[in-house]
Design a protein around this ligand. Structure first.
Ligand code: EPZ
Length: 430
């Protein structure tokens, strides 16, 4: 099994290309099931989660081809992928596939809207929290679906004439349930109004793509989304938006290691709150014509308190990385997680590198230390794993991160991107 070896101490200087967003690509790929025409997505990142979803969509009858690789410095880093689901050959998403990746549960929306039925395995528990599906069930029921749970599967059936537009206000903000209801409502009879909807840029990107396919969606990016149902959707061509979590992760890596790096093919407006926290920690951040420049030269890292929140708040997917940065601050910071109840697994691994962190309920108190020391550590989930890489960049000596498959789910060619900027990071295969 692969591991990542980091020798800390080098500053980062250079350019890092930011990939297309994993969390936009996944729902966009799933939206291709809504039409019998071809949906072409550009800037699709090459990640384990994307490959897994390609297998899942294939199981439903999608024909998928990858081409148009864009070359940079001799290597492809963005792909164009064509998805054509002429016929849906199966409306069942089996446990073996869904259990590997929670987002695959989201096929329930398009399958129900297009075929009138879906049988999708419950995704089951996940390392970062219980992550139930009650909001999906309530929301789809508000569109007229009959739903029963049987033998670990959600069996959903639409009324004879198809789903019916309705009103649903989420009792809690959910990115996934917003994606699914928006997709399902595109083909419903009548108008759907979603209240307290997620405002994440990935929701806006999905709405933009669905509208290019002929849907009538408005209000995306606000907490009320209105969807007027249409008879059918067509194909379209859409470019996946830049990955704001990857952007924030590398910005924090530079803030941690010091140096001067341009993150290209990205947009600061996708992560204002996180960039502001990094600025307060002591880095200088400015816009370039195609991205962001981040500099920390000599100045120390200041302690900053953060609280995770749905967009436009501080993203939970950057919480672990920010904690990694705060381990080296000159004082005490508090990091509060409000989205997932168990997203602190990186705490004990960061402690192995010498970090001083104590947990009280949903808040971590991080007392900055002047020195971290490399050690063997374990990647527990996707974002937790990259917080260990960030800490490793500033630790003395060697940090060896195991269970790297967690990292490969969401970071495209991480070691290459960091190595090009002068870091000592390598993949070791046993
Ligand atoms: C998305 O997950 C992202 N995944 C997550 O990124 C991200 O952490 C999360 O949104 C929050 O921003 C993808 O986009 C593929 P939610 P999602 O539904 O949609 C509760 C990463 O590292 N909830 O917004 O699954 C839920 O338990 C991943 O890239 C219910 O209670 O998250 C959580 O506490 C990890 N009932 C909260 O809502 C439901 O029916 C927000 O979850 C649904 C959710």
């Amino acid at each position: 099994m692969d591991r990542i070896r980091i020798v800390g101490g080098n500053e980062l200087h250079g350019v890092i290309p930011i990939s297309g967003a994993k969390n936009a690509a996944l729902p966009l790929m799933i939206a291709s099931l809504l039409t019998d025409d071809t949906l072409t997505l550009e800037n699709v990142p090459h990640l384990a989660d994307v490959e897994q979803l390609i297998r899942i969509l294939g199981n439903h009858g999608a024909d998928i081809s990858v081409n148009g690789r864009r070359e940079r410095q001799g290597e492809s880093y963005a792909r164009t992928v064509h998805f054509t689901s002429r016929n849906i050959v199966s409306t069942t998403a089996p446990y073996e596939l869904v259990s590997k990746m929670r987002a695959s549960f989201w096929v329930i929306g398009p399958l129900l809207a297009r075929e009138g039925r879906a049988r999708v395995s419950l995704p089951g528990g996940c390392a970062i929290g219980t992550r139930p599906v009650d909001l999906f069930i309530e929301g789809l029921t508000a569109l007229g679906a009959s739903i029963e749970i049987d033998g670990g599967y959600v069996n959903a059936t639409a009324p004879a004439g198809g789903l019916i537009g309705g009103r649903y206000t989420f009792p809690k903000v959910s990115v996934g349930a917003t994606h699914v209801l928006m997709m399902a409502a595109t083909l419903a009879n009548g108008t759907t109004v979603l209240g307290n909807a997620a405002r994440e840029p990935e929701v806006v990107d999905l709405a933009k793509c669905l509208n290019a396919m002929g849907a009538k969606i408005s209000g995306q990016g606000t907490s009320t989304i209105t969807i007027e149902g249409v008879r059918s959707l067509s194909g379209a061509r859409h470019r996946v938006l830049p990955d704001r979590i990857e952007t924030g992760t590398y910005a924090m890596a530079v803030a941690m290691a010091g140096g001067d790096v341009i993150l290209e093919d990205t947009e600061a407006s996708l992560l204002d709150t996180a960039l502001e926290a990094i600025r307060r920690a002591g880095a200088e951040i400015s816009d370039t014509n195609n991205g962001i420049r981040i500099v920390r030269n000599g100045a120390g890292i200041r302690p900053v308190d953060i609280v995770t929140d749905p967009f436009p708040g501080f993203p939970t997917d950057l919480q672990a990385q920010f904690m990694g940065l705060m381990t080296r601050s000159s004082g005490v910071s508090h990091i509060t997680e409000t989205i997932f109840e168990n997203r602190f697994m990186h705490v004990q691994e960061l402690a192995r590198l010498g970090a001083k962190i104590s947990l009280s309920g949903q808040t971590a108190k991080v007392e900055g230390v002047s020195r971290l020391k490399g050690a063997p550590v374990m990647a527990t989930d996707l974002r937790a794993s990259v917080s260990l890489v960030i800490a490793g960049l500033a630790a003395e000596g060697e940090t060896m991160v195991s269970r790297v498959y967690n990292l490969d789910r969401g970071f495209e060619r991480l070691e290459e991107k960091l190595t090009r900027c002068g870091a000592h990071v390598e993949r070791v295969s046993d």
